[in-house]
Design a protein. Structure first.
Length: 129
């Protein structure tokens, strides 16, 4: 008899059923529960809920989730434009020649004394970054 539910006069005779407490014999209980949640009014003209707002929330959740899963790095447009050779030459001329060198030991005077060939190489390096 395991796996089968036995009834005698409309009452369960299987003792295992009572472990969780008596079950309701009301076959409408589930429908009343769904009714209390408002499922019967979903996409209905009489719905007490603002379904448009609920749809916007659901849609925005999907968009936020997509943005989190597929991030787009925000890059300043300044870094999308190429440096012109004339711009590099002007900036090298503007360097203060009396500044102390950085960690690499290269002074501004060394950069200014590099000449046109060095400026070409420097422009090429900056173009690849």
């Amino acid at each position: 008899m395991s796996g089968m539910v036995a009834y005698q006069g409309g009452v369960h005779t299987d003792a295992r059923i009572w472990k969780l407490g008596p079950l309701t014999l009301d076959h409408q209980a589930w429908h009343r529960f769904r009714y209390a949640l408002g499922h019967h009014l979903f996409k209905n003209a009489q719905s007490p809920y603002d379904e448009a707002a609920a749809h916007r929330v659901t849609t925005s959740e999907k968009q936020i989730l997509y943005q989190v899963e597929h991030p787009i790095p925000r890059i300043d447009p300044l870094f999308h434009t190429d440096i012109e050779p004339q711009e590099l030459q002007n900036d090298i001329k503007k360097l203060n020649s009396d500044k102390s060198p950085g960690d690499d030991g290269i002074t501004n005077r060394m950069i200014q004394a590099g000449g046109p060939k060095f400026e070409e190489i420097l422009h090429e390096v900056f173009g690849t970054l």
